[in-house]
Design a protein around this ligand. Sequence first.
Ligand SMILES: [Zn+2]
Length: 117
Amino acid sequence: MEPREKFCSYCGALIPYMDESCPSCGKAQPPMPGMRIAVERPSKKIWLAVLLSLLITGLGQVYIGQWRKGIAFFVGTFLMGFVLFDIVDYGLIMLFGTIMAIISAYDAYMTLKSGAK
Ligand SMILES: [Zn+2]
C-alpha cells in the first residue's frame, strides 16, 4: 500500500504524497523513495553495439554482456569462413562475413531495443 499523503519537510502540513512542492509553504519536497525522478536511459548505446558488431562479428553481443552469443557468432563465422575458403571464392566468403556481421548487428540492436539482456 502506497501512502497517499505525507508531511511537508519544512512546515509540517499534510500534503498529497506525490506533490513535488508543498501547497502550504511552496517549498520543493525531497524525492520520495520509489519515485522515479528521471526515466532510466539504457546504459548500453545501441549504435555502439551495432557498430562493434559490424566491425567484428559478435563484438556487439560481447559489449551488451552476451559473451557466449558473441563468441558463438565470432567463432561460427570464422570457422565457416575457414571451411568455405577451400570451396568457394574469396568474394563469397566476404559476402558471408558481411551477412553474419549484419545479423550480429541486428541481433544486438533488437536485444537492446527490447531491453532484454
Ligand atoms: Zn510546507
